[in-house]
Design a protein around this ligand. Structure first.
Ligand SMILES: *Cc1c(COP(=O)(O)O)cnc(C)c1O
Length: 344
């Protein structure tokens, strides 16, 4: 597959903005910088941040065992997803395919970018309908969004289906792995080199516990990363965010321990839910949340609000009638939730 053919013509020909800081990165310590109209008074943030986030990428590269040249960082994965739309999708001409019930941002971003969104529902088991997806695609289908583990259903897609789609879909396959660090399944990162059209997104917002700093990750071929770099705002990841992320990597064992704690708590939550009379089904989960089917989602949602607990009602999503999505919290929060549900 020729990736270049999928890229919008105006993006291919684009001359990107270049900052002087891009050119002299290595010599930073020895140079006097009077190029960017910054303040010379040191306060920790008086300089523009590294546009390439070199230090963060170095740590991430070690942690995920992937080359730095295959990484792009963004202001949350939402920015990364938006960049993908802008590189590959010509407004009013191209289309993308999403698989509801899934993450709502794909559709919103399609609408913002004036790109047609074609929906192919997941099966009853929340798996991709491979045949229907391929039938729905045409020559203008540029991106297929696969969210695995999927939000809000919690399951990971079968490896076989994902592989077939990677091979037969004639466009970019974005695999959103926001929840991969909670999953029993392997990331597709290991196989990035096998599929030129594979783009993987991950985030610091969930397992890394850093939703507040807004840091999203994109892994792809060097060719794709180069084009994304061309169009990203030069200073899209701020200095405080880069510092915070580096600090997190310094205590990588804490990060791993935090994930383990959440997985343990997930077991406790699922056990507790099984004793609640109006919970009809607890769906299997590979993420830090659990989807449950209840008798009356709107009513149960409201009753929990009255007890001071906010969860997500997913009943309006296709295939999700009367479902609620519960995030795994602390041990104390699980206790409060189960107690509230029992009292109801
Ligand atoms: C939470 C979530 C994200 C994270 O988005 P950020 O902008 O990085 O916070 C991405 N994809 C899915 C499916 C999510 O649920």
């Amino acid at each position: 597959m020729k990736i270049e053919k999928l890229i919008r013509k105006n993006i291919l020909g684009l001359q990107p903005y270049s900052s002087a800081r891009d050119e002299y990165k290595e010599l930073e310590k020895e140079m006097v910088f009077l190029d960017a109209n910054e303040s010379p008074h040191e306060n920790g943030v008086n300089r523009y941040p590294d546009p390439q986030q070199t230090s963060v990428k170095k740590e991430l590269s070690k942690f995920k065992k992937i080359n730095e040249s295959n990484i792009l960082l963004g202001n949350g994965s939402d920015e990364v997803l938006d960049l993908l739309f802008r590189v590959f999708c010509e407004p009013k001409v191209d289309n993308v395919i999403t698989l509801p019930p899934t993450y709502g941002m794909y559709k919103v971003l399609a609408n913002i970018n004036n790109v047609e969104e074609r929906e192919v529902l997941l099966t009853k088991d929340f798996e991709p309908s491979v045949k229907k997806i391929l039938e729905t695609a045409d020559k203008n289908s540029k991106i297929l969004f696969l969210c695995s583990p999927n939000n809000p259903t919690g399951n990971s897609f079968s490896k076989e289906s994902v592989e077939v789609l990677l091979k037969l879909f004639n466009g970019i396959v974005v695999l959103d792995e926001a929840y991969i660090d909670f999953s029993a399944q392997d990331s597709w990162l290991k196989r990035l080199n096998e599929f030129p059209n594979l783009v993987i997104t991950q985030t610091f917002s969930k397992a890394y516990g850093m939703a507040g700093v807004r840091l999203g990750i994109c892994y792809a071929s060097e060719e794709i990363i180069k084009v994304l770099n061309k169009i990203k705002p030069p200073y899209n990841v701020n200095e405080l965010t880069q510092k915070c992320a580096l600090k997190r990597f310094l205590k990588i064992d804490d990060l791993r321990a935090d994930i383990k704690k959440i997985l343990k708590e997930r077991v406790r939550l699922i056990e507790g839910l099984k004793d609640i009379s109006f919970v009809e089904k607890v769906y299997p989960t590979d993420a830090n949340f659990v989807l449950v089917k209840v008798d009356d989602a709107a009513k149960r949602y409201q009753q929990l609000i009255e007890k001071g607990i906010v969860i997500r009602n997913r009943t309006t999503q296709p295939l999700c009638e009367n479902t609620l999505r519960l995030t795994v919290g602390t041990k104390r929060e699980t206790k409060l939730l189960i107690k509230a549900l029992s009292e109801i």
